[in-house]
Design a protein around this ligand. Structure first.
Ligand SMILES: C[C@H](O)[C@H](O)[C@H]1CNC2=NC(N)=NC(=O)C2=N1
Length: 95
């Protein structure tokens, strides 16, 4: 899997909902209605991550869940991160 260049990342970000770039990472924070809703979102994202064998770093602070995406094996952002970002967006919207 090849690393994305800056132009690819910038273009992709315009089509994603709520993601920003932090160096080699894409970041999105979601405020869930309740703590357990946030945990349920984490569970759904974790199941999707297992299906595609690509795993976000996840931080839970009460109702705020932060997802960070990078491809550790490549040392940067790849298409796998963009695909997982789209999946996470679909799960947040569909809540
Ligand atoms: C074999 C398997 O696909 C790899 O170990 C995967 C697992 N999940 C992963 N997740 C992330 N975020 N980056 C990786 O490089 C990665 N590698």
């Amino acid at each position: 899997m090849v690393l994305l260049n800056n132009h690819d990342v910038t273009t992709a970000l315009s089509g994603l909902d709520g993601w920003t770039r932090d160096g080699d990472t894409l970041v999105r924070s979601v405020e869930a209605p309740t703590y357990l809703d946030g945990i349920a979102l984490v569970q759904r994202v974790a199941e999707a991550a297992e299906r595609v064998a690509h795993h976000p770093d996840i931080d839970v602070r009460w109702r705020t869940v932060t997802f960070r995406l990078t491809t550790h094996a490549e040392g940067g952002l790849t298409e796998r991160d963009l695909e997982l970002a789209r999946v996470i967006d679909s799960m947040v919207v569909g809540r």
